[in-house]
Design a protein around this ligand. Sequence first.
Ligand SMILES: [Zn+2]
Ligand SMILES: [Zn+2]
Length: 138
Amino acid sequence: MVPFQTGANNEAYSATPGAETKTPARIGVSLYYRTWRGNTLQFCPACLAEDAVPYFRRSWRLAFVTLCARHGRRLLDRCAACRAPLRFELISLEAASLAVCYRCASDLRAAPATRVKAGQLTERVIQFQERLLRVVEG
Ligand SMILES: [Zn+2]
Ligand SMILES: [Zn+2]
């Protein structure tokens, strides 16, 4: 029916049965996936270490949040051991928590501290983050 209406070569459609109906769905998935990956996931190892069950704070997903105000540490966006980015969907189902690297299984909580120097600039960055967080979170 399609070749008849469009004049397209009959062979193109009969070669891969069902291809024309599967393609749009596949494109939809890959677009969604790419968008999702575009958001860098960050974390504070010290915050995760304090959790009974490690969880990732909503604020860590926001691009303007780069420091943990509580611990005075820079947020990390990858495994300190193998440099892999965070990919929750690839963590082994046998893993005990979300605070592990999907690639090398390192404990993210064990990442060495990248403490930022306390000072006027740090204070201002933290104040700036807090102010934006209040706006975002209402
Ligand atoms: Zn922290
Ligand atoms: Zn790793």
